[in-house]
Design a binder for this molecule. Structure first.
Ligand code: 13P
Length: 251
């Protein structure tokens, strides 16, 4: 069994590189623990050079987004080649906070393709905005997965994907508002079913599904006691002690 995946999505935090360096000092004290996980850290772009040097013994640099093409000349964007030159091996794609800025499933699918072509592992984020007793979220998720993976059909591409299930209503809260483990188990089964419809059973079984949305020290163990293969952690990844406790829960 491969190591559990742990991805720190720092989003637009912390407010300064000095504060980021401080967080990494806390992380480095827990190196031996983090080495038992497959740890990726996705900081804001201007922090890349410093972060990549400081984490090289125990973690790998990740991007929070990828530009949808490697071609042409574009002002204000960072291409996959630039990301790779800093050692980026994985990119979050289609995060709900980017979708909220107008990123469509079509653009997300293009980014997944570009990421695969660039040899950067895509972590495709999906998740419903709200839930109701009618179960409309199942249909929403099925469509989001299908459209975000439009045009990706090759077996070897499918088997390089990671799916991050992040229900939008559970993001940025506290452990008590996060998804319950029993609901998460149900969603994992559903996502696997949709992936089997898109690809085939064999490939679907190989795609790791991770969870994000208020993963904190208090709920990490229970959430990991499902079929989940790791976590995409937001606010708790900015606190070395909380993040280490989450890592302890999954190793
Ligand atoms: P929180 O852990 O802050 O809820 O964020 C989750 C997330 O959006 C990670 O990508």
């Amino acid at each position: 069994m491969s190591k559990p995946l742990l991805i720190a999505n720092w989003k637009n935090h912390p407010e300064s590189l000095a504060r980021g360096t401080n967080i990494l000092q806390g992380f480095s004290k827990k190196q031996s623990l983090f080495k038992k996980t497959s740890l990726f850290i996705a900081p804001p772009l201007p922090y890349f050079e410093t972060v990549s040097k400081k984490i090289k013994n125990y973690a790998t640099l990740a991007a929070q987004d990828i530009f949808f093409t490697s071609e042409g000349t574009h002002t204000g964007v960072v291409t996959p080649e630039i990301l790779k030159s800093f050692g980026v091996k994985l990119s979050i794609i289609g995060h709900s906070e980017r979708r909220a800025l107008g990123e469509t499933n079509e653009v997300v699918a293009q980014k997944v393709k570009t990421s695969l072509l660039s040899n950067i592992t895509p972590v495709l984020c999906v998740g419903e905005t709200t839930r109701d007793t009618e179960g409309d979220h199942f249909g929403f998720l099925q469509e989001q997965l299908k459209l975000s993976l439009e045009g990706i059909r090759r077996k070897d591409d499918a088997e390089r994907l990671i799916i991050a299930y992040e229900p939008v209503w559970a993001i940025g809260k506290t452990a008590k508002d996060a998804m319950q483990p029993s609901d998460l188990s149900q969603m994992i089964i559903f996502i696997k079913k949709v992936l089997t419809e898109i690809f085939d059973r064999e490939s679907a079984d190989k795609i790791p599904i991770i969870y994000g949305g208020s993963v904190e020290p208090e709920n990490a163990k229970q959430l990991f006691d499902t079929d989940i293969r790791g976590f995409l952690v937001g606010h708790a990844s900015l606190d070395p002690q909380s993040f280490a406790t989450i890592a302890e829960a999954i190793v």
